[in-house]
Design a protein around this ligand. Sequence first.
Ligand code: 13P
Ligand code: SF4
Length: 357
Amino acid sequence: MSPLAASLVRAEAFAQAPRRFPPVAMPSLEYTPEVAAATAHLYERVKTVIPAIEWPVFAPYVKAINDLKKVRNAVILAHNYQTPEIYNCVADVVGDSFQLAREATKTDADVIVQCGVHFMAETSKILNPDKTVLIPDSRAGCSLATSITAADIRALRLKHPGVPVAVYVNTTAEVKAEADICLTSGNAVQVVESLGVPEVMVLPDQYLAAWIASQTAVRIITWNGACEVHERFTAEELRGYREAEPGVVILAHPECPPEVLAEADFTGSTAKLAEYVKNEKPKKVVLITECSMADNVMVNAPETEFVKPCNLCPHMKRITLPKILESLVHMRDEVLVDPAVADRARLSVERMVNLKI
Ligand code: 13P
Ligand code: SF4
């Protein structure tokens, strides 16, 4: 059984008494003049990335979801890899993993709908044990989160006594519970240096760990995890973009292998890549990361031309407008974390969130 499935089974056993929400009927999904008028301002935002002919399919879901968020007192947190209609038309908060974790601590909504992958929803539940956290498809996993278990961390501690353990947020609650602190690609170097020691375990992403090691004097011990999306990029592919697209600026996510990052002009978390485009306004750019990133950044960067490589994260793409609507109508899939595990995992996440960086 995968760590994700095992954590779901264990969480079931500790299921808190489910909060009762009044039933609601599935709204009509017809594209009426009323729906067109109510969503016209949202289509304006996405018209460069969603063809007009497709909008009548999306618009009824967008309206129904936005109406139902009010009924449920729900907030939608969406990761930068969500599709443009989710990211721009129904999300209340968008960002990288760190921004979403931080925002999850601030909301006063009763319900959080996490449009992202399971570890992100678990992080929201860990930080908000009294709120109902929903994920529109609980099968949305992550190759990094399944690459390491709590038992692996305990074994590593025996092998490297006294070396602190920093785990990527892309891990299960059980793994976070065994760690000293969490980190994300947006704060990794600062988190490692904040520990004030010569050696730190950074788990489980070998490539993120290698990138951190290239940015700091702290010695890094790592694991053999990898992101199935970012490890597919090659240095040759990047050299190909430079040749075919003179002047292109190459921005890459630190989950890519080191030889790929060596070909990039800038490396950073999804939020930092978006910030780079916003501030530097490159003429032509290629984002070496998941496909939807370019669509989402493009909406706010009309002066930049995007070369679009396409490596899809199949897990992120499990989240769709119809599933978000089902989620709010039926209040599923609820994300539950064993409270004893959550209490320990919260310490690791809060140590990261509370760092003044
Ligand atoms: P960010 O924290 O940079 O958004 O990365 C999360 C992730 O899953 C990238 O693959
Ligand atoms: Fe996990 Fe990679 Fe997908 Fe991010 S892109 S959620 S690291 S599999």
